[in-house]
Design a protein around this ligand. Sequence first.
Ligand code: GLU
Length: 484
Amino acid sequence: MTTTDRHTVRTTDGHTVRTRIAPSPTGFLHLGTARTALYSWAYARHFGGSFVLRIEDTDVARSTQDSVDQILASLRWLGLDHDEGPVYQMQRLERYHAVVEQMLAAGTAYRCYCSPAELDTMREAQRERGEKTHYDGRWRPAPGKVLPAPPEGALPVVRFANPPGGVVTWDDLVKGPISIANHEIDDLIILRPDGVPTYNFAVVVDDWDLAITQVFRGDEHINNTPWQINIFNALGAALPQFGHCPVILGEDGQKLSKRRGAVSVTAYQEAGYLPEAMLNYLARLGWSHGDEELFSIDQMVAWFDGSHLSRSPAQWDAAKLTWVNAQYLKQADNPRLAGLVAAQLASRGVLLPADAAVRLAAMCALYKDRCSTTVELADWLAMYFLPVAPDADELAAHLTDAVRPALQSLRDRLAALESSAWCTSDKAGISQAIKDTLTAHKLKMPQLAHPLRLLLCGRLQTPSVDAVVALFDAQTALGRLRQL
Ligand code: GLU
């Protein structure tokens, strides 16, 4: 590692890398937050540092425990394990108040008694004058300035005394150097009358106390960063490095939003995606390592040093995610898939027999190549456990009087097979029974296989018929053939 590389400079001077993810518990874990969590986590893992989880619950009206639980569950599902936390902001109010007192004493913050109505009037007048709306500093102390008397009974907010001049500059890990002039930003509220801190203040106190060294987050926060840097400086705290990742756009080029489809990790979990596929896809959505498309999380950790993060917005590509998932599904362990499919089937009310696990794993092995998600896999496997309803016209076309006797004799042959063996292992016996039936009735394979598939599976397209039949519970299959 070289000290000239701005991505690694912190690790060469003896600092331990400490990153964090700071979701607000006002909904599910958003895909954008999951992506920054992944980058923060991978960065910490790459440099042998720590990854901290903080819950930013200061929006008391919108924060819920249910949402905290969902976020924790999604991070756990993705395997983005934290080393510290969760730290809850609402449990740190005393600490914020203490820092506010320090700042008031130091003159880097002040009390402001403007009522909302007064602020509205102020902004209205600014708009009329064609100015950008801003707080005009009427309660900001200054040498020789006489402040108004605090209105009786009014509860003040506390504002940060932003430096009046100069420029805030930082070298963004994603976007490169960024500068914003201080006259562009006003004295922001850091503490509300109810004693709850605002985001820009709490985030600084937390990142300072937690000794965070790199902050990865969405670029909707870029406008907040100058304030945060100024507050860090006012506190004499070491600045972290900032990396602002561009928004994720939906397939229509608009910001990914609920109205345009699934935006939560939970939705993809429920839709049958595998966590390792989600991680791989999210990693590539704004970061690259050469042309690599499919890589394990360990591989990503080995590569991810904060470089090669994309400056331009990434576009969500559902088809690509599905493709990535299909690749992982093909390689996934069958017993593991069986567990996932069993959960999918259970959510559809399918009660699996106690001994179904082995059979289910064999089914996953047979069908996973033609599926992209575990939901699709469950769609296929449901026919082994739930009654099927073949299309009447298809049945009429394939279950002809000419074929019916052959199917009856196949059923007898199958019934004669050792039924205990007819479970995942007797493909050869079933294959022989089918061949013998074809010979005896002078039929071609499709003439028998089509109606057989319709009766057993309710559909014409399946993997090879002997393999499909072998996975049936013997009684279930014979029962369906008895309807002839
Ligand atoms: N709670 C903020 C969010 O969810 C965190 C922003 C940050 O990482 O500083 O957007």
